[in-house]
Design a protein around this ligand. Structure first.
Ligand code: SF4
Length: 620
């Protein structure tokens, strides 16, 4: 990490040491940070971690919050939203009313609401189904663990069956609320009828196993202690180690309203909010994203939080009611242009996303794409950004954004470079193998010949590796298989006869094996044995339209960065490698297995591969 921090609180030194070395923080470390007055140092540590995980990207989504009813069978003490049936301000939305709130710009609908005593199961399924039918571009994020558990009890169906039916209707992810703080003490005091940690985790881990990723929240700033706040994070971190199904963590500042728990105007301070965001980023080392939910934080605090560890602003939200009924003072909706401006003003890249955090659009200039895998570390560890900003993005998505002219330069997947040769100019750098690669692996139940007609699950991120696999199957082995794209969170591979993994996922699975798949093939090794040539997975290129001044600056940066990177291959990937369970030696050995300079043999391999690709059927 290239961050230098002037600590005022010496107690933070050992924590920074751990962070720099990729070591996991303890409960005590978390509490030490909450007790520290050195907010800026905590923020800088979190920002350094954020840079490693998300570069300069800050995500937002064009979304609509829907709360179908405020009628609820429970009466949680902190809730100012719920009412009983027959109350003057009770409301119930029809499906037609819900649909009327959506339009073709929306990418995510976020549904949570009261636990209605009378609505039938078919109403919930119909709601999800009709949204998907009428607005195919919308992904449905719906129902907290409390609601899922309510359905399970009311409709007498197992939790996994409830989730399966919702998934079939169109539900794609789940929000993270419901358990507020994983503390039995607080549950008994504030919401004793509501589910506790055990049920919350059961619902979420079941969803993850079914391929439904979810989010997690923490309601802070009421009666919880610092220990309880940090313990909440530690429990989430443990679950994430097991399922990898959480997308983001959202600290929610408590809105006192008329709950009586705290005086009405006793909001959390900006210092408390920023500290909680920063500590979340530091404690939750295995969560991809930390969200600054502007609805509860206010726009001003949320925008500062983008330099304190948060990399997501949530979205335009529409007419949110739950937090506002409790006294949240933020505007009810935030226009897309305003979100973009806030993110740009914070010096970040506004990235419009979908429900899975796939980048749909980038709304700024001078963006350098970075493939977020270990093998790109030599190019980016010492990358001196100057006027450029870094966007970590998987190969396939980078190609899509580049096609829209939204990426100025970067390490492009070879297939994307081929597809955009007329608009991209090649630089003399690449990621090419010498013989094997170790991170583009086919895990199979069958040998190559046995894969004829079989179904191969392909990790969704890949643009080039899937085509290499196709060429090997069809041109080397004369075998034709069926490819099915899998979402990255899918951890049930049982539907497939073979599975193609790339990047860090492949490296991890290469070490541990993939259950049910006894045969493992390294695609670069297969290529090398066949053609006696390296395989070029990615090449550096920039837009042909880039100004002369920017081109020469970029060339200088990449050259200097790689020089430094190559002279420290034994250490530069240590933290990244550790995060994917590689030892220091395994990491340096892996990095030394690549050639980062585009020479004549690499160019020959590229041209042979291009010809082979032209001879096989186009696949998406
Ligand atoms: S927090 Fe949720 S479950 Fe509790 S009363 Fe409010 S709407 Fe009902």
């Amino acid at each position: 990490m290239n961050t230098s921090i002037h600590f005022r609180d010496n107690n933070l030194f050992p924590i920074w040491d751990k962070v720099q070395n990729g070591q996991r923080l303890t409960l005590e470390d978390g509490v030490t940070m909450f007790r520290s007055q050195d907010l800026i140092s905590i923020g800088k540590m979190a920002h350094a971690v954020q840079q490693l995980k998300s570069g300069d990207a800050v995500y937002y989504v064009v979304n609509q919050k829907i709360e179908p009813t405020n009628i609820c069978v429970l009466s949680c003490t902190f809730c100012d939203f719920a009412v009983k049936q027959g109350s003057a301000n009770a409301y119930e939305m029809t499906i037609a009313e819900i649909l009327s709130k959506l339009n073709s710009d929306v990418h995510e609908v976020h549904i949570t609401g009261g636990l209605h005593p009378d609505w039938p199961w078919e109403y919930y399924l119909g709601m999800v189904r009709d949204i998907k039918k009428n607005f195919p571009q919308v992904d449905v994020k719906a129902f907290t663990a409390v609601e899922i558990d309510f359905f399970h009890k009311k409709f007498k169906m197992p939790i996994d069956e409830i989730l399966r039916q919702l998934y079939a209707a169109g539900l794609r992810t789940m929000p993270g609320g419901g358990a507020e703080v994983f503390s039995e003490r607080i549950r008994k005091l504030l919401f004793n009828q509501k589910i506790g940690a055990k049920t919350w985790f059961e619902v979420h881990t079941t969803a993850h196993k079914l391929g439904i990723p979810s989010n997690a929240t923490l309601l802070y700033g009421h009666i919880e202690t610092y220990e309880e706040r940090v313990m909440h994070m530690v429990k989430l971190r443990k679950a994430q180690d097991e399922t990898h199904g959480f997308l983001s963590f959202i600290p929610l500042a408590f809105q006192p309203g008329d709950t009586g728990i705290k005086p009405k105007n006793d909001f959390t301070s900006a210092i408390e909010d920023l500290k909680t965001i920063a500590i979340s980023r530091l404690m939750l080392d295995n969560f991809p994203h930390i969200k600054a939910y502007w609805v509860m934080l206010t726009e001003e605090v949320a925008s500062v939080a983008l330099n304190f560890g948060a990399d997501d602003m949530d979205g335009t939200v529409g007419g949110e009611k739950i937090a506002h009924d409790a006294g949240a003072t933020s505007p009810m909706t935030m226009a897309k242009d305003k979100l973009i401006k806030i993110i740009n003003d914070a010096g970040k890249i506004p990235v419009e996303r979908d429900v899975y955090y796939n980048a749909l659009n980038v709304n700024t200039e001078n963006v350098i794409g970075k493939i977020p895998y270990l093998n790109s570390v030599p190019f980016y560890t010492h990358f001196e950004k100057r006027q450029f900003k870094i966007l970590p993005i998987v190969p396939r998505r980078m190609g899509q954004l580049s096609q829209k002219g939204q990426i100025d330069a970067g390490l492009f997947s070879l297939m994307d470079y081929f597809a955009q040769e007329t608009s991209l100019e090649l630089m003399n750098y690449c990621i090419a193998t010498r013989d094997q690669v170790k991170s583009v692996m086919l895990f199979s139940k069958e040998g190559w010949q046995g894969l004829n007609g079989k179904k191969i699950g392909i990790i969704d991120d890949t643009a080039t590796s899937v085509r290499l696999l196709q060429v090997l199957l069809e041109k080397k082995y004369d075998v034709k298989a069926q490819f099915v794209r899998m979402h990255a969170s899918v951890n049930d591979h049982s539907l497939y006869d073979a599975v193609l993994l790339i990047g860090d996922e492949a490296l991890k699975a290469n070490k541990t094996g993939l259950s049910g798949y006894d045969l493992v093939f390294d695609l670069a090794k297969e290529w090398y044995d066949w053609k006696k040539l390296p395989f070029v997975f990615a090449v550096w290129a920039h837009k042909k339209s880039l100004t002369v001044e920017k081109r020469s600056e970029l060339l200088e940066i990449v050259q200097q960065s790689l020089e430094k990177g190559e002279s420290h291959l034994d250490t530069i990937g240590k933290v990244h490698g550790q995060a994917i369970t590689l030892t220091k030696h395994e990491t340096s050995e892996y990095l030394e297995g690549f050639n980062y300079h585009l020479g004549e043999r690499e160019k020959e391999a590229m041209s042979i591969f291009k010809k082979l690709i032209e001879e096989v059927e186009v696949i998406s």
